[in-house]
Write a protein that binds this ligand. Sequence first.
Ligand code: NAG
Ligand code: NAG
Length: 397
Amino acid sequence: TDPLELQAVYDIMRATGNEWAESIPDVCRSRWHGIECLPDDDGGGALHVVSLSFGALSDDTAFPTCGSMNPVISEAVTKLPRLRSLFFYRCLDGNPQEIPRFLGELGSGLRNLVLRGNGHVGGIPEELGNLTGLEVLDLHGNDLSGAVPASLGRIRGLRSLDLSWNRLSGSVPSVDFPVIRVLDLNGNRFAGALPIRMLSSGDALLKVDLSGNEFSGGIHGLSALKNLILLDLSYNELVGALPESLSGLASLQALILAGNPMAGAALPETAFVGLSSLLVLVLSDMSLEGPIPRSIGELKTLRVLRLDGNRLNGSIPESFSALSRLSELRLDSCRLTGPIPFTGEMISRMGRKLRLENNLGLCYGGGGIEDDLMIADGIPRCDTLNGRPDVEIERLS
Ligand SMILES: *[C@@H]1O[C@H](CO)[C@@H](O)[C@H](O)[C@H]1NC(C)=O
Ligand SMILES: *[C@@H]1O[C@H](CO)[C@@H](O)[C@H](O)[C@H]1NC(C)=O
């Protein structure tokens, strides 16, 4: 081990309460789980520390944990010029502290900075924008507050940004990350318009989770995301309407928009046409009105469909009977009427994951093993209603 780096590792280990490391004369050679070294580029003898990891990630990945006596991240990390990865998982949470500004001094060499569930308080230091070589920045599950510094926009090669489960606020800075694949801002207090600039970064994006914030305004600017697999914008304050078409999102497997107060918006008949990979569509609790688009029944790949808690009316489209992969369907607490177009096979396949209760007036054909399920939800047999179901509904309501 390079002698200066050896000393730095001792300092870092001591600061985290791992004094035992000082009895190891050559940390790179007699290495523990959680330190990685590589030789000089020129093939010379010295080994350099490239990765340090702390925290009990899982039962079989036991990196050194932090001691209970006020552990800290030592400034000695800046004396590891080859460091590419710094990883702390639930290590410093017993001694809440700010993310140290000196981490910015690691400069363009650092690729991964993971400070997950690590008890950090205060703001995200502007200096992290100096880590211009970062590919992964993961600050999930801390107690960070304040705004995201615009300096992060300098990190042009960022592939994954996870700031989820903090108390970050303000609008997201108008920056873009040209090769970003994962953007997770879930569970903060971000407000203002959706971060369109970040979302139009490029077609590298695979996963976007902005749920559980206070984003407002309309949903737009998503059409270029042709490789996107997951889009979760749920539980924000997005209003307006759904775009007429989301068909640019050809790879999308999960679209989750629940809990946005789209008061009175209707679902455009064509909104979901062409989403040929969609497995999960969740539009619960959005105050949607009007009929359910027939075209949803053409999403043959759907496994989970939730439209509950809306003011959707009319009948369940016949086309739903073609959703042969569906394992969960929630249409409860709407204003639906008329016969349920499902076969007994579909009803028993979904079992308790078929939810139809609390509608204006649905009824079912009856006469099969599905009777118990329907009756438990208070859905009557159509032939027990006098005359046409919709007439009966008017009488009931
Ligand atoms: C790091 O970033 C801060 C603020 O963004 C800046 O003032 C400082 O000069 C930078 N330091 C280096 C070494 O680049
Ligand atoms: C559904 O509700 C809308 C108002 O939101 C109303 O104009 C329409 O007539 C209703 N349709 C049916 C079939 O009840």
